[in-house]
Ligand binder design. Structure first.
Ligand SMILES: [Zn+2]
Length: 216
């Protein structure tokens, strides 16, 4: 397996102001203040945390994979990556990463992708797009499906081949690996902890993640 650079956090878990476990198939939406630090932990390893970010002060402006990839001239996200919005605004920066590499090309699963990629009867299975939609509806700030956009798959391994192909592969991540981001403005986080059972992104075994927040 490849060896990737790992940057550990300096944060003390006892000083976190928020801690929540998110089961596979569940979602979470939360507004971060500028300077707050969000950690996402892959508790059991090989999970995929599908994530979109919004500018809380201008929610129509959301995370842009294309702007982020262009700005850093690299398709993978890791410590040092600045996550850009469609407008070009910097939303968050990854400041620690013990996994080493995260995907932002593979997209999220949906009823449609499950039925097209795997089998028609998979159309009824739980999927990230439905989780995103449910969270947006529950959050109650006029978010709707028009606000969904190509997302980040934290902990997911989607290597790009030499000729530009995408592969969904079993993982780089392992139990307890985490990624940590500092919010550079008021940023709303939307996570779907992927319930996918049809591809090796989570070793066919969706497991919980944990989110923690620190003030600075
Ligand atoms: Zn998914």
């Amino acid at each position: 397996m490849e060896t990737l650079t790992q940057i550990a956090s300096t944060k003390n878990i006892n000083e976190a102001i928020f801690l929540k476990k998110i089961l596979a198939g569940d979602g979470w939406m939360y507004e971060l203040e500028p300077g707050q630090v969000l950690r996402i932990v892959d508790l059991e390893g090989n999970q995929a945390a599908d994530t979109i970010f919004f500018d809380s002060d201008n929610p129509e402006d959301h995370y842009s994979a294309v702007a982020t990839i262009n700005t850093q001239s690299n398709i993978y996200l890791t410590a040092g990556s600045v996550l850009k919005a469609e407008s070009g605004k910097s939303l968050l920066k990854i400041i620690a990463d013990t996994c080493g590499r995260h995907d932002t090309v593979g997209g999220s699963c949906s009823a449609q992708s499950n039925s097209v990629r795997y089998a028609h009867e998979k159309v009824v299975m739980h999927n990230c797009r439905d989780t995103f939609m449910l969270q947006l509806a529950l959050f109650g700030k006029n978010y709707s499906k028009k606000d969904l956009a190509p997302n980040i798959n934290f902990f997911m391994n989607v290597p790009v081949t030499k000729d530009g192909g995408l592969k969904f592969e079993d993982g780089l991540s392992a139990p307890g690996k985490y990624v940590e981001l500092i919010s550079l403005c008021r940023t709303t986080v939307l996570i779907s902890n992927c319930p996918q059972l049809n591809n090796p992104c989570n070793a066919y075994n969706p497991t919980p993640i944990e989110v923690l927040i620190w003030n600075q």
